[in-house]
Design a protein around this ligand. Structure first.
Ligand SMILES: [Ca+2]
Ligand SMILES: [Ca+2]
Length: 129
């Protein structure tokens, strides 16, 4: 919630709530757009297409890793199909965005490589929300 508590008052005011609501609505539209088979969850291919559309070209093993990290394993006939549900999809996208931004911040010459020591690595990872 802290990312919507713009004035850091510790509570969510009306304007902040509107922002949050708009944010959720936008994400729901994004989710529906990429849930192409309308299964209520995001499978590997849908995830790959979504991330690609967002500008993140993850390799197949990375897609697999994200999928297995965020997918729920509900196999009940009444629950959502196995895959990434809405809230986890948002979380996965936010994490990938933040990790990518952190990497880009370190890769100052933009060649796709960074050389960092333990201290910088820990600082980078721990400073992520
Ligand atoms: Ca789906
Ligand atoms: Ca570099």
């Amino acid at each position: 919630m802290s990312m919507f508590d713009v004035d850091r008052s510790g509570t969510i005011g009306f304007n902040e709530f509107s922002g949050l609501w708009k944010y959720i609505k936008d994400w729901q539209n994004v989710f529906r757009h990429f849930d192409r088979d309308r299964s209520g969850s995001i499978d590997r291919n849908e995830l790959r297409d979504a991330l690609r559309q967002f500008g993140y070209n993850l390799s197949p093993p990375l897609i697999e890793l994200v999928q297995s990290k965020y997918a729920s394993n509900v196999t009940s006939a009444y629950g959502p199909a196995p895959g990434i549900t809405f809230d986890r999809f948002v979380r996965a996208c936010v994490v990938i965005k933040q990790l990518s931004a952190a990497f880009e911040g370190l890769d100052t010459d933009r060649d796709g490589w960074v050389q960092i020591n333990y201290d910088q690595f820990m600082q980078t990872v721990l400073s992520l929300p």
